[in-house]
Write a protein that binds this ligand. Structure first.
Ligand SMILES: *Cc1c(COP(=O)(O)O)cnc(C)c1O
Length: 352
């Protein structure tokens, strides 16, 4: 107890590796107000249940879907697991498989293992899905075809309309993972959402670029019937069934997601997106001019092949940076990342 009161959480001054960020001030206030509510029991906690409807409505506006179905998950992991579960439950095969590009988030591995579904990952075209390679993996037992709109490692966006066509060709669902990218993509020319393609389900996380407090992920579905495939009877609650993976869950995430989106959609997110892209381009140029191979930025994420393994030294200087699976330096330009932070980061790189 005493230990917890003395310890300080990390500050964000040198965090370049996180896909989460400082919550918007209104999101923080809302999270505290709704800390002791449980949207998993909507009969008892009615206000937060209503707020969750608002959250889904707002997420639908961000992702191009009128009358969206969905709910506020614990994060992108739960949303992806549930999307695979919907696809599996709706299909008739005993031997289901999911086809995804190799860039798909590791949560799909968890989904596959938990749900007894085979995950088939296709080789890439650069750092993006190769739809021809994916087409070679689909068959009559494919229940879901996945596209990534803002990959975790490189921030790349897959050709979602072509992936949706591929899904339709084998009567599988099309799921888009926009967990991180979803709050940047509306301000780009990318085709990624329900309005651009025959997308069935989509992951979009308020607790990443949406600037909500954790835990607040989002699962959207084109129709309520898709979510119904998840329903489990709940004998002792006032409501009769539950579609979520978790039971008791935090109303803080739900309320803060609504507060963040009400404060920021669309103008605030647009401004943030432009600022973040400017920062990412600035960093990409700075690294490029120092002779490093830079990947991106397509969205505000920069990966660079630094020839020296310097991430340990950077860590010693307080920087929190991560590496891609292939060992490139990876910097995520989240809202807490400022130009002056990036300037001093580059100055530290020059020091080596
Ligand atoms: C972060 C991320 C996830 C997982 O989300 P969590 O909230 O960490 O569970 C899934 N997909 C993508 C593309 C992500 O960037």
């Amino acid at each position: 107890m005493q230990q917890a009161q003395r310890a300080d959480p990390q500050d964000f001054e040198r965090v370049l590796s996180s896909m989460c960020t400082q919550p918007h001030p209104e999101a923080r206030t809302a999270a505290e107000r709704f800390l002791v509510t449980n949207p998993g029991d909507p009969g008892t906690y009615e206000t937060v249940a209503t707020l969750e409807d608002d959250a889904v409505e707002l997420l639908g506006a961000v992702a191009g879907l009128d009358d969206p179905a969905g709910y506020v998950t614990s994060g992108g992991t739960e949303a992806n697991i549930q999307a695979v579960r919907i696809a599996r439950n709706r299909a008739e095969t005993d031997d289901p498989n999911v086809v995804a590009p190799a860039t798909c988030h590791f949560s799909f591995r968890k989904a596959a293992e938990l749900l007894g579904v085979e995950l088939r990952t296709a080789p890439l075209d650069g750092h993006r899905a190769d739809v021809d390679a994916m087409a070679e993996l689909v068959d009559a037992d494919t229940v879901c075809v996945v596209g990534v709109a803002g990959s975790t490692e490189y921030g790349t966006v897959d050709p979602i309309p072509a992936i949706a066509d591929l899904a339709a060709s084998v009567d599988a669902l099309c799921h888009v993972d926009a967990a991180w990218g979803g709050f940047y993509l509306p301000f780009t020319d990318h085709e990624w959402n329900f309005d651009h393609a025959a997308v069935d389900t989509l992951t979009i996380d308020p607790h990443k670029a949406g600037q909500a407090a954790m835990p607040a992920g989002g699962l959207l579905a084109r129709s309520p019937a898709l979510l119904d495939t998840l329903a489990i009877d709940t004998p002792y609650l006032e409501s009769t069934s539950q579609i979520t993976l978790t039971g008791t869950r935090s109303g803080a995430g739900v309320a803060s997601a609504v507060a963040a989106m009400e404060a920021l959609w669309p103008t605030g997110y647009r401004e943030e997106s432009e600022r973040a892209m400017d920062n990412a381009r600035w960093l990409a140029d700075a690294l490029d001019s120092r002779g490093h191979d830079v990947i991106g930025p397509e969205l505000p994420l920069v990966a660079a092949n630094l020839s020296v393994p310097m991430t340990d030294e950077l860590r010693d200087r307080g920087w929190r940076v991560s590496k891609t699976g292939s060992g490139e330096l990876r910097v995520v330009c989240m809202p807490h990342v400022t130009r002056s932070m990036l300037r001093s980061f580059v100055a530290d790189l020059d020091w080596y």
